[in-house]
Write a protein that binds this ligand. Sequence first.
Ligand SMILES: [Zn+2]
Ligand SMILES: [Zn+2]
Length: 393
Amino acid sequence: MHLQNEKQPGEKTGKDEQNSYEEISEKRTSKLGYILLIIMVAFVIGVGETIFSDLAGIPERPVAPSSCVLSSVRNLESLTKYSTCQDRGVPFNDIDKKFGLDEKYNGIKPQLQEIASLNASIGSNNSEVRKLENDIQRLNRDYDLSLQEKMAGEKAIADKEDIKNEITSAKAKIGILQAEIRSLESKKGPLISQIRPSVQSIERSHQEAKDYFLGKAAWFRFKVFLLTLVFILPFFAFSVFFYFKLKRKNSPYTIIFTATTTAFSILFLQVVGVFLYDILPKEWLGRIFKFFMEAPFLRYVIYYGSVILVIGIFGGIVYYIQKKVFSPAKVAIRRLKDKKCPGCSFSLDSQHAFCPNCGLRLKEKCQHCGELRIKYLPHCPNCGTDEVGKISA
Ligand SMILES: [Zn+2]
Ligand SMILES: [Zn+2]
């Protein structure tokens, strides 16, 4: 970095800059201090999460209506003996009973069991048919082979007539099985139509139970939100209060509250974020997002927008940090502290008025006392006034 003679890197060395300069060099803590603070932050967050999940257990958590009632009656074609709720030992819960799902289900239970056993018979007949069809394929291959062998004049391994007979008998068996399947299906059809009104009634009641549950669940989440907020808010507020109080006083203990504020901010944002996500009209947002994603042009607007946004946010944070730490004034002060030129880092003698390497002007006349003072440091070493002309206490 080559600075021009009269362009001072530290011209605006006001009071604020001076304070943050102290912060960089002295308000840091030792490595052990940092490690302890990081452990503290992790611990506070961990304890906070434990308390949150404990608080979520205080309001009564609503239970959803059993989904297996619905899946049993909705998949009548594939219903088997063990796919009905009660056969799997799932008891009806309170909300099921409240909306009469248990009674309605038990009302059609004999038919459901009948359908399940018919499905089982149809299934086993079907697999029998598939097995026989595979056999026929294999027999056909054997038949072709024996035909070829005969044409080539070799002695056939398998007898042609036997294979033919086997194929005929397998085909006959398939015919019998398919007739049986048709008869089973013809028993099942009327059963399904017979219970259709009850199935529709179960579906309606289940929907009502689900709506009721969703309302209860929303209320439950709101109660959990209030409880966690009441818990975290005082900690968060006190931590922020002490942070600013100590920071104003330039206290070296500010960093402790920086750490606690970090931890409580994370917990606080979590509570608020979960709640906001909960009340967000997700369906609505999903529809907008889908609309954008379906149009190729708009989709790329989103892609480009999100890349720019991410770079903007993360780049902005890093830029702010770098600007604070590496402002020309700070760089100049840090270099002068090491007896180096603020412009080029060349080693300096305190008597030099210009850098012998890059020619940067290092000293100027104090506007207050007229003696030479170092240009980039806030106070005149002779009279003590700072740049603005105040005599420091
Ligand atoms: Zn220099
Ligand atoms: Zn002076």
